[in-house]
Design a protein around this ligand. Sequence first.
Ligand code: ADP
Ligand code: ZN
Length: 373
Amino acid sequence: MTTATAALAGTTAVHTVEVELGARRYPIHIGPGLLDDGPRLAALAPGRHVLIVSDTNVAPHYLARVEAAFAAAETGKRVAAHVLPPGEQEKTLARFGELMSVLARLGAHRDATLVALGGGVVGDLTGFAAACWMRGVRFVQLPTTLLAMVDSSVGGKTAVDLPEGKNLVGAFHQPAAVVADTATLATLPDRELRAGLAEVLKYGALGDAAFFDWVEANAAALRARDAGALVHAIARCCTMKAGIVARDETESGERMLLNLGHTFGHAIEAEQGFGGLVHGEAVAVGMVLAARLSSRLGLAPASDGERLAAVLQTLGLPTALPAGLEADALLARMRLDKKNASGRFRLVLWHGIGRAFVATGIDEAALRAVLVP
Ligand code: ADP
Ligand code: ZN
């Protein structure tokens, strides 16, 4: 069960989405200026030690403000920060070990709180560190990318990568709260913003046709970083994800729908390697391929796929496979996907906009056909 409420503070609306997972419950606060709310942040970290983890792109913009907010709350806590280099290649066991050593040197105990200030990389790594330090301590997410606000900061998945593959070592560890200061999106590079918008549209595509219509109508405002449009979109996505995660925390059913476009997308990312499409861009192409496969199999009208591609283009996203990728190589990658069941392809397809479902035993020839440019 989830509830969304909007409270007006002056002229600034802060939306709160409650995530309920069995007996546990935590809020996602969404709105501009939340990083400066010292009392709110301090209340989320009741123990003696706070470790803020960030990266070298985010810290120069926002770390001092978060530290100042904690200091202004005058709680006498020991607040430390650790800043990492940016990028997925830093989501390693070595960086995880570094965080463990930092916590040990601080003398942090079970009452410590880890605060992730950054995008999905910082969030995944910090969350995993929080899951492991003294067998699990409090963790607060301060996401600063659109992707992290609508996706990775919600749902409790934490992980690091191995040379053998992404997210292979991790844990489910729910945050005590997610505080998404939408004003931080002002400094996000444009490509990262667009990549996040692909995941925003994904929510409409998978389960909410009315939201899909809204994104279609507000695409220009979203790309222009209109504050009201972004807050609305983030709140809607978080509400949907919170509902899905509450009903299926460990991804045995409905949560799989959040992977719309992702099996194709991950294959593209893996084949291209570093320097290719970023995650959200690969997911955009992947959603178009999933729609095309659905209509090829007679499961959905082709016109819905065309509409999806048109909205993605308006959002500044790619909709076709990048040149130079071999269908067989992509197929081989897709065969390794965790979601496949006993050697049969399992993919998220749709019956049309807002109606995704999990399809098993997909015909390989049909799948191959949509991978040929
Ligand atoms: P994700 O897209 O999964 O959230 P990252 O954590 O890698 O991924 O963030 C994407 C990039 O954007 C990184 O280089 C990160 O340092 C940078 N970044 C994150 N948030 C901001 C921000 N608010 N302003 C500027 N750069 C940011
Ligand atoms: Zn994704």
